[in-house]
Every structure is written in C-alpha cells, then in structure tokens.
Write a protein that binds this ligand. Structure first.
Ligand SMILES: [Zn+2]
Ligand SMILES: [Zn+2]
Length: 136
C-alpha cells in the first residue's frame, strides 16, 4: 500500500489502484458520473461544453469517461471523439472498430508465430554441442 495526496482535494489517503483520488472524491465522482449519464440520456443533442456547464463537471473528466467506454452517446448526439490511431470519429472508447479489429489481428499473429523463440533454442543447442566438443 502507498500513501498519496488526492489529486482533487489534496487529502492524504491509502492508494490502491486506478486514479490517485481519495475515496471521498471517488464517491463524489461516481455521483457526478450518474448525473452526467442521466443528463445525456435526457439530452441527446447536448454538446460537451453544454454537459460540462449543466452538470458542473470538468471537460477532461467527461473525456475520461468516454475513453473508458462508461459514457455512451446516442447516434444522433453531436458528441464525437477521435480514434487515437487513425482519427476517425467515434462515439466511445479509444479506437474505431477498424483499428480495434486490426489490433486484434496483430495480436493473434504474434501469438501464432513463436519463431524467435525456436531460433534462440537452436542457438543454445549448438553452443552446447561446441562445449561438448571442447570437453573431449
Ligand atoms: Zn479527495
Ligand atoms: Zn481508427
């Protein structure tokens, strides 16, 4: 366990994981989150500056929730963020569907090809053989 200062109020607390925010601020944050979620459900057409003003939340906090895929906007909402990889407009998360699929493919490829490992093993064997040769 680690002792840290809350990033929001400066209170000292036992930090476990996630954002460096004390339990009190975390709870307030959760309350805000639900408030914003409700607000978005009732106001499909609200923009981010409007959400911030009406709910009294920080713009960065709103983006943070979007990136975490906790806030999801309706299809007719003007709110959009950009895919962190290709810049395509998306409604939630960090990457567009295309980039997500690309990354999943790359991941599978690297699992399917354990080539570098096999080569390393071969080298080990040949050096052992050389040692044996020197022993004789
Ligand atoms: Zn705090
Ligand atoms: Zn993308």
């Amino acid at each position: 366990m680690e002792v840290r200062n809350c990033r929001k109020c400066g209170r000292i607390f036992n930090y476990i994981s996630g954002m460096p925010i004390c339990p009190i601020c975390k709870e307030e944050n959760e309350k805000k989150f639900h408030e914003v979620k409700e607000y978005i459900r009732e106001n499909h057409k609200a923009t981010i500056p409007q959400i911030c003003e009406d709910c009294g939340v920080d713009r960065n906090q709103v983006y943070h929730w979007i990136r975490e895929e906790r806030l999801v906007f309706a299809d007719d909402s003007p709110v959009g963020i950009n895919c962190e990889k290709c810049g395509a407009s998306i409604k939630t998360g960090r990457f567009c569907e295309k980039c997500k699929a690309d990354m999943a493919n790359h991941l599978q490829e690297s699992i399917a090809k354990p080539k570098p490992l096999q080569e390393a093993r071969k080298k080990q064997v040949s050096s052992k053989e050389k040692m044996r040769f020197l022993d004789h």
